[in-house]
Design a protein around this ligand. Structure first.
Ligand SMILES: Nc1nc2c(ncn2[C@@H]2O[C@H](COP(=O)(O)OP(=O)(O)OP(=O)(O)O)[C@@H](O)[C@H]2O)c(=O)[nH]1
Ligand SMILES: [Mg+2]
Length: 206
């Protein structure tokens, strides 16, 4: 059994320069503005309102760090493991100035390239729009820069908005994708397992 027993906000940063020291494995949440990054983080740790989410795009403006403690229970043995979640501002948000957009893109690229403590990139994609150019290029970028001990998990959000046929088609098109609804809280335990397994090894069993 795997569950998150504690999750706390630690700090907001403007850029990699004023980020926390990279001394613990991190999981970074990235994707287009409004795709559901902050909501997913909250559902994964089962703490409503921890990361601020909003129906207005552009809600998350800083790099936000959260300490997360997993509890693993196997037979009678209990063990705790620590990770850090990093909620990032979304990209592709139209309502900011070009200069602001450019600055932030440079900042984000710099963070993704140089933050060696990131072990897992959670790349969120809106299940209703799986082939957007911006998401494809982000995925390619991550693939080209990731090191051997970093993994990309492509997570499709808002699957509650698809009908059965659409959902089936999406799953067939992205065999290695993960599919979640933050609203219905589906697919979330599987994602927690995937994150945990990659960072700490396959010690949970089934
Ligand atoms: N139906 C549905 N709505 C969702 C889901 N996930 C998020 N939302 C809604 O989508 C909106 C945006 O969610 P956020 O979690 O703030 O998105 P974000 O990616 O963090 O956005 P930025 O911080 O602006 O980049 C909110 O109104 C959420 O309630 C989901 O799985 N299903
Ligand atoms: Mg957000």
């Amino acid at each position: 059994m795997i569950k998150v027993v504690e999750a706390n906000f630690i700090k907001s940063a403007q850029s990699i320069e004023d980020s926390l020291s990279p001394d613990i494995s991190e999981v970074a949440f990235l994707g287009r503005s409004n795709v559901g990054k902050s909501s997913l983080l909250n559902v994964l740790v089962n703490k409503k309102g921890l990361a601020k989410s909003s129906s207005t795009p552009g809600k998350t403006k800083l790099i936000n760090f959260f300490d997360v403690t997993y509890l693993i229970k196997k037979e009678e043995e209990k063990q705790k493991f620590s990770l850090r979640f990093v909620d990032l501002p979304g990209f592709g948000y139209a309502k900011v100035s070009k200069v602001e957009k450019k600055n932030w893109e440079t900042n984000l690229t710099n963070f993704l390239l140089n933050r060696n403590s990131i072990r897992v990139f959670i790349q969120l994609v809106d299940a209703r729009h799986p082939y957007l150019e911006i998401d494809e290029s982000t995925y390619k970028f991550l693939e080209s820069v990731r090191t051997g001990d970093q993994k990309i998990l492509r997570v499709f959000t808002k699957v509650d908005k698809l009908n059965r046929k659409e959902f089936h088609k999406l799953k067939n098109s992205f065999k290695d994708g993960l599919f979640v609804s933050n609203l219905k809280k589906t697919g979330v335990e599987e994602l927690n397992r995937e994150i945990f397994k990659f960072v700490f090894g396959d010690i949970i069993g089934n």
